[in-house]
Design a protein around this ligand. Structure first.
Ligand code: FUL
Length: 470
C-alpha cells in the first residue's frame, strides 16, 4: 500500500527556532519505531499437525509424516508480497517439537523426513528474494523433548534459538508463545510434567541471546520485551489502546488479557500490541476448514480493529499438505491487500487547507505538503486541548479519517472527536479515546466542506504526525 504521506508541513516543529516537545512517558526504541512502520506481516504455521489434522501435536509423531509434495516457499513469499504484507514469521518449531530446520540438537527434525531439506533456509531465502522480512516462532513448550521440564531443556532451547539467530540472516521478530506448558504436559506416551512457567524458562537470560545475535529483532510475548500479545486471537485491539504497559507485571504465560488488550495509560514501558489471528478457524491447515476461510469483508474488519486501533497485525496463512498456500486463502489474502489499497487510494487531506487553534511557536496556519518527514503538528507546552480544521474549496465525500501521533515522543492523546461541516452545521462523526501510532475512524459517507479534529484531552501538549482523509 502507498505509504501515508506525512502531509502537515508544520512550520512549528520543522522550523529550527521552535523547540520540540519533551517526551511524554516511555518512548519507543529505534527497533520498535521501525517495527511500527511494518504494520502487517504473515504468520506461517506448518508442522506435523498439517498432516495429522491436529492443532497441538503430541510430540510422538514420526518424522515420516511430514511429507509436503509440492512445497514452495517462493509461492508463499510471492503471494504475501503481492498482498502488501511486509514479512513472514515461520513456526520453526511448534509445541510438538518437530524442527523445520537442520538442527544439530535433535533428530526430530525435517532432515529425517521425506522432505529432507532445511525449510527455515528455504523460507528465509524466499523472503529475501521477495523483499520480505523474516522472523521465527520457537515454541518454548516441547512435547517431544525428553528433557522438557528439567534445566537441560532450557540449554537445548537456547541452543536452538542460537542456531536460528545465527544461520539464517536478519531476523525481524522472534515469537515467544505464552502457551508454554505451565499447566501440565501430556507427552505422546501420556506422560505429564508440570513446570512453573514463571521461573522455569528464565526468560531474561534467553532474551539476552536475541539482543546479542540480532540486535534489531523485536521480541513478542505476553510480556514483551518489545511487543505484547493483544490478549485474544480473534483479531482485535481495544478501542482504547495504549502502547504503554507495566512490563514487570507480565511474563509469557502470565497474561491479564484486559490489560494486554487495552495497554495501561501510565504503564512504565513502551510495549505496543501485536494482533495475531488466523485466516482460518485453526492455526494449521485442515481441509474441513476450506469453506471457512475469512472473507475480504472479515479481513477488512480485522484491519480496522487491529492496525486501525494502534496495533500491528500478524495474519496466519497456513500452507496445505502440498506445502502451498491454498487457492482460497491466496485469493482472499490478495483481495484483502487490494481492498486496503482501494480504500486508501485518494487522500483528500492533500487538497485541504489546514488551520489549528494552537500551533507550537505561534504560527496559526500551515499548508499541506506531500513531502514526508517535514514536521508534525505540535501545540505549545501545557496546551492539551486544541482543534485542527481541514477545509476544502469544493465539497468532498469522506468515510474514513486516519490519525497518527508523533510516537517517537510518546503516546499522549486521551480523548478526541471528529466533526464534519455539512450545510453550515458541524456534525459529530465520532468521539474516541486513544490514537497512538495509527487510529482509523470509520463512518457513513458524509459530503462535507470541512473536517475538524478536536483533541479533547492529552497527557501533555499534542504532537500529531498525520491526518489522512479518505
Ligand atoms: C498459541 C498456540 O497454542 C497456537 O497453537 C498458535 O501457535 C498461536 C499463535 O499461539 O498460543
Amino acid at each position: 500500500m502507498k505509504r501515508f504521506c506525512l502531509f502537515i508541513a508544520l512550520l512549528a516543529v520543522a522550523c529550527t527556532r521552535v523547540s520540540e516537545p519533551a517526551p511524554c512517558g516511555p518512548i519507543p526504541s529505534e527497533r520498535q519505531l521501525n517495527w511500527h512502520q511494518l504494520e502487517r506481516y504473515v504468520f506461517i504455521h506448518f508442522t506435523t499437525n498439517t498432516f495429522t489434522d491436529l492443532e497441538w501435536g503430541y510430540g510422538d509423531e514420526s518424522e515420516q509424516i511430514f511429507n509436503p509434495t509440492a512445497c514452495d516457499p517462493r509461492q508463499w513469499a510471492d503471494i504475501v508480497s503481492h498482498a502488501g504484507f511486509k514479512g513472514i514469521v515461520l513456526t520453526a518449531k511448534h509445541h510438538d517439537g518437530f524442527c523445520l530446520w537442520d538442527t544439530k540438537y535433535t533428530e526430530h527434525n525435517i532432515m529425517n523426513s521425506p522432505y529432507g531439506r532445511d525449510l527455515v533456509r528455504e523460507v528465509s531465502d524466499a523472503c529475501r528474494e521477495y523483499g520480505l522480512k523474516f522472523g521465527v516462532y520457537l515454541s518454548p513448550w516441547d512435547r517431544n523433548h525428553p528433557d522438557y521440564g528439567t534445566p537441560a531443556y532450557i540449554d537445548y532451547y537456547r541452543n536452538q534459538l542460537t542456531e536460528l539467530l545465527t544461520n539464517y540472516g536478519d531476523i525481524f521478530e522472534v515469537w515467544f508463545d505464552g502457551a508454554n506448558g505451565g499447566d501440565g504436559w501430556y507427552g505422546g506416551a501420556d506422560e505429564r510434567r508440570t513446570i512453573d512457567n514463571l521461573t522455569y524458562y528464565e526468560w531474561p537470560v534467553t532474551w539476552e541471546i536475541v539482543r546479542e545475535k540480532q540486535p534489531q529483532a523485536i521480541m513478542f510475548s505476553d510480556g514483551g520485551p518489545d511487543c505484547r500479545w493483544v490478549g485474544n486471537e480473534a483479531g482485535f485491539a481495544g478501542e482504547t489502546n495504549w502502547c504503554t504497559l507495566n512490563k514487570a507485571e507480565f511474563a509469557p504465560g502470565h497474561a491479564d488479557t484486559y490489560a494486554l488488550n487495552h495497554g495501561q495509560e501510565d504503564g512504565t514501558d513502551w510495549l505496543p500490541a501485536e494482533v495475531d489471528v488466523s485466516i482460518r478457524p485453526g492455526w494449521f491447515y485442515h481441509e474441513r476448514e476450506d469453506s471457512r476461510v475469512k472473507s475480504v469483508e472479515q479481513l477488512m474488519d480485522i484491519y480496522y480493529k487491529s492496525i486501525g486501533r494502534n496495533g500491528n497485525l500478524i495474519l496466519n496463512v497456513p500452507p496445505d499438505r502440498r506445502g502451498l498456500i491454498h487457492p482460497i486463502d491466496s485469493a482472499n489474502l490478495i483481495a484483502f491487500g487490494e481492498a486496503i489499497e482501494k480504500e486508501f487510494a485518494h487522500n483528500y487531506a492533500e487538497e485541504a487547507r489546514f488551520e489549528a487553534s494552537n500551533v507550537r511557536g505561534k504560527a496559526r496556519r500551515f499548508a499541506a505538503s506531500k513531502v514526508a518527514g517535514e514536521g508534525y503538528w505540535a501545540t505549545d507546552d501545557g496546551v492539551t486541548e486544541a482543534s485542527l480544521t481541514a477545509s476544502f474549496r469544493k465539497p468532498v465525500t469522506l468515510s474514513k479519517i486516519v490519525l497518527q501521533e508523533h510516537i517517537a515522543l510518546g503516546q499522549r492523546v486521551q480523548r478526541f472527536s471528529v466533526e464534519a461541516l455539512v450545510d453550515g452545521q458541524w456534525q459529530t462523526l465520532d468521539e474516541q479515546t486513544t490514537i497512538g501510532n495509527k487510529r482509523i475512524i470509520r463512518f457513513d459517507p458524509v459530503t462535507t466542506t470541512a473536517i475538524r479534529v478536536n483533541i479533547l484531552a492529552s497527557k501533555a501538549c499534542i504532537a500529531l504526525d498525520n491526518v489522512g482523509l479518505y
